[in-house]
Design a protein around this ligand. Structure first.
Ligand SMILES: [Mn+2]
Length: 428
């Protein structure tokens, strides 16, 4: 990124449907909708369809568009109809993100639906807000094929879509839109740093800071342009912004299994609970499975509700209100890092949630396995990065289902290696 030979590219050169650009240019009142928490969308199998929860890409894309289009004098509302996890609440420093019921009675020239294509993932925004938009446009980078009839549109509303399943982040789509208006935005005296930074946060997290395998490096040339265009923004500053809204250090340390030095500061009962869960394998475990040649090929990590709740209790000791979703990111990040290091073909992170669901995050860096498995679990996403939220099954049942599927695909032989000792349980 710092190499001058790695030249920035202006995302204004990325193709964008003319109709969409015209609709954005013309619209005075704009609504931006992105995905909230999973909605119970029961299918025959009793599983609920969902892949991503509210994330920095959704929030960052929405905020960047609001700031850029707002600078041009447009009235811009954002609806993410969900309670944001703490880290994302901090990204929304000015409380620009509203629930659907907060926006009742408004109407819009254009609704932009970003980072999502499925109406049920928009919670009440689909039912309550979309009928009040004269035109609706989907701007998404997931594998999907949305149709107008799936959405709750006004009878005469225009329906546009811009789908880029190869893009690493919806934030890049925001960059492509905003960079076309960048001269006009800058002419108003608005600092482009404020406009691009939320989008860069989404770009950073969706690409794992460029660490995810199989990414097209060309996309990072657009990223570099957006960094440079924001005067004074550089990677170090961005990293500082992002790390400023991570979890309280104590929870992160626990999530990283550095329990021993921390335990001394915890009330005895809680420390004991965490240690017992770890010692009994009822905490965070990773299994690695081998293929017929004995080569590690599938990795499966599990996180139990009991352990998450115990961690959450630790979070409350810091007088910080944490939702269970606040606790997932460090585990997912750790898991994905282990996957990249281990070169496995398929990696699954599964966690119990308080809604009796099992959250699944799936990765297959080299081949499109993640999406195939996600669809079997009634989820979706991208070919190599996908997920699902399964209802009506226990953690063990979902684990067994993934193992059976991977075995039938020839990815692994049906013999589990003992759980990896990611950490040594602390001595009481
Ligand atoms: Mn995204």
């Amino acid at each position: 990124m710092n190499d001058p030979a790695f030249r920035p590219l202006d995302p204004a050169h990325l193709p964008l449907p003319d109709k969409l650009l015209r609709a954005i240019t013309k619209a005075q009142r704009v609504l931006i909708v992105s995905h909230g928490q999973a909605v119970q969308a029961h299918t025959g199998s009793g599983a609920s369809a969902s892949n991503v929860q509210s994330d920095p890409d959704a929030v960052g894309t929405a905020l960047a568009l609001k700031r850029g289009l707002g600078a041009l004098g447009k009235t811009v509302d954002i609806c993410i109809d969900a309670e944001l996890p703490g880290s994302l609440r901090m990204l929304d420093a000015h409380h620009d993100i509203k629930r659907a019921t907060d926006l009742l009675g408004h109407d819009w020239d254009l609704a932009l639906i970003v980072d999502v294509s499925v109406p049920s993932r928009m919670s009440a925004a689909n039912a309550l807000l979309l009928p009040h938009a004269k035109a609706v446009a989907i701007v998404d980078h997931h594998e999907a094929n949305p149709h107008a009839k799936e959405f709750n549109l006004a009878p005469e509303a225009a329906f546009l879509r811009w789908m880029e399943p190869d893009f690493p982040a919806a934030a890049l789509m925001a960059g492509a839109i905003l960079s076309r208006f960048a001269p006009a935005i800058a002419a108003t005296g608005t600092d482009l740093t404020d406009v691009y930074t939320p989008a860069l946060c989404g770009f950073s997290t969706d690409t794992g800071w460029g660490q995810i395998q199989g990414l097209d490096t060309r996309y990072f040339r657009y990223y570099k342009h957006m960094l440079n265009a924001g005067s004074g923004t550089h990677l170090g500053a961005l990293r500082k912004i992002l790390t400023s809204f991570t979890l309280p250090a104590r929870v992160t340390a626990l999530a990283n299994h550095a329990l021993t030095p921390e335990a001394a500061n915890l009330p005895n009962a809680l420390a004991r609970t965490l240690m017992e869960l770890e010692a009994n394998g009822q905490a965070f475990t990773t299994h690695t499975y081998v293929d017929a040649h004995g080569k590690p090929s599938v990795q499966l990590a599990t996180l139990t509700l009991a352990y998450r709740q115990a961690l959450q209790a630790v979070g409350h000791l810091d007088h910080v209100k944490l939702t269970l979703d606040d606790l997932l990111p460090p585990f997912v990040v750790k898991h994905q890092q282990a996957m990249t290091d281990g070169n496995v073909r398929l990696s699954a992170f599964i966690a119990e949630t308080e809604n009796n669901q099992v959250y699944c995050s799936l990765r297959s860096p080299g081949e499109p396995l993640a999406l195939t498995l996600a669809k079997r679990l009634q989820g979706g996403g991208h070919e190599r990065m996908a997920g699902a939220q399964v209802s009506g099954q226990s953690l063990q049942e979902v684990q067994a289902q993934i193992e059976t599927w991977a075995t039938n695909q020839g990815l692994m032989v049906p013999v589990a290696v003992a759980p990896d000792s990611l950490h040594t349980p602390p001595k009481p």
